[in-house]
Design a protein around this ligand. Structure first.
Ligand SMILES: [Zn+2]
Length: 218
C-alpha cells in the first residue's frame, strides 16, 4: 500500500525518467492563435536580419510554429549578439522597445548611439529557472529573451551585472530601459527581482492573471 500522497505522483514520475530537468506544460491554445495572427498580419517581414527557421527541434510543446532568428532590431541598426530565436510576436516587441526606449536612452545618458544588445538567452526547452518539475519557461515557447548588456558605438558595453549598481549614468540608463520594457513586454525581471537575474533582464510575452492582461515588472 502506497503512502505517497496522490498529488506527488506525477512529479515523481517526471523526475525519475531523465537527467535533464523536467517541466510541466499547460494546455494554452492562445499561444498558437496569437502566433498565427502575428504571422498573417504582415507585421514581421523576412529580411537579412529576420530569418524564418523551419523548426527548433524542441521535444513536445517546446518551440514555435514558425520560429524566427533575429540578428538585428530597429531595421538593422542594433545588432542582437548572438541572434535571438523567438516567435513572431516577440519581433515587433523587441523593435518597439529598442527604438522607443533603449536607443533614445543611450543617446541621452551616454551621448552615444546604441549598436548592439548582448543576448544571454532566447529559445531553450527547459523549466522556469531550471527547477525540476516547474512550469515550462517562456524561453521554451521562444517567447522570451535575456539581455545582459548594451553596446555603444564608441565600443563601451553597459552590462546589467556591473551597471545596475555602477556609475550614475549606467544606473539611470539601465533603470530607464528596464522600466520602458514594462510598457511593451508582459514580464520584465531584473536584478531587483532575484539573484537569478543579477546579470540580465528577462523580457517575455507570457500571460498573467485571470484575463491574461497583468504585467510583472520587477
Ligand atoms: Zn529569461
Amino acid at each position: 500500500m502506497s503512502r505517497v500522497p496522490p498529488l506527488l505522483l506525477p512529479l515523481l514520475a517526471l523526475c525519475a525518467c531523465s537527467q535533464t530537468p523536467q517541466f510541466i506544460a499547460r494546455d494554452e491554445p492562445w499561444r498558437a492563435d496569437e502566433e498565427r495572427a502575428c504571422l498573417s498580419s504582415g507585421v514581421v517581414h523576412e529580411s537579412p536580419f529576420v530569418e524564418l527557421r523551419s523548426a527548433l527541434g524542441g521535444p513536445s510543446v517546446c518551440g514555435a510554429i514558425k520560429p524566427l532568428s533575429v540578428s538585428a532590431a530597429a531595421n538593422g541598426w542594433v545588432q542582437l549578439q548572438p541572434p535571438a530565436l523567438v516567435r513572431c510576436p516577440m519581433v515587433p516587441a523587441i523593435d518597439h522597445w529598442v527604438e522607443r526606449t533603449v536607443m533614445p536612452a543611450a543617446r541621452r545618458h551616454f551621448r552615444s548611439p546604441l549598436v548592439a544588445l548582448k543576448i544571454a538567452g532566447s529559445y531553450s526547452c527547459r523549466p522556469m529557472n531550471n527547477v525540476d518539475g516547474a512550469l515550462l519557461s517562456e524561453h521554451g515557447h521562444a517567447n522570451a529573451i535575456d539581455v545582459s548588456g548594451f553596446v555603444l558605438v564608441d565600443g563601451r558595453t553597459v552590462s546589467v551585472k556591473n551597471g545596475w549598481w555602477g556609475a550614475f549614468a549606467e544606473r539611470n540608463f539601465l533603470r530607464e530601459v528596464h522600466h520602458g520594457g514594462c510598457a511593451v513586454f508582459s514580464t520584465v525581471l531584473g536584478p531587483n527581482y532575484d539573484a537569478n537575474h543579477k546579470d540580465h533582464f528577462h523580457l517575455d510575452l507570457g500571460r498573467h492573471g485571470h484575463d491574461g492582461a497583468d504585467t510583472i515588472c520587477k
